[in-house]
Design a protein around this ligand. Sequence first.
Ligand code: ZN
Ligand code: ZN
Length: 146
Amino acid sequence: MTARPEHDAVTILQSARLRRTAPRIAVLESLLASDGPLTQEQITAHIGPRGPNRVTVYRILESFVAAGVVRQAFLRDRAQHYELAHCCPRHRVHPHFTCTQCGKTCCLPEVDLPMPAAPVNGFLVSRQRVEWEGLCPSCRQSPAAD
Ligand SMILES: [Zn+2]
Ligand SMILES: [Zn+2]
């Protein structure tokens, strides 16, 4: 799998003025390879036993959030799910689709959900999170066997 050049791990670190380290690159590459937000545990598992441990992955994710490289997509089962910020700029929020059959969550960046720039009835919106549920393409083709 090849990432688009402007979205490779080293370029992301450089544009955020973050030092290039192997653990940081490994965390970014896990997020780049995924089609949906990942938890700290999923990232640690994706990198494998030779990579940074969970605590290090957590610290890296927090520093990425502070630097605006990564955003917290949603919280589920008390686990924060992280995604790259560039796939979801502040004013172009996409829904996160969870399949009710296989449980997989994907980003749907094709769906543009504009956020109101001006206050609505006096309420100023600063963040929008949209979660959709239904059947993913592969579950639609093969309904549950049992
Ligand atoms: Zn599914
Ligand atoms: Zn997303």
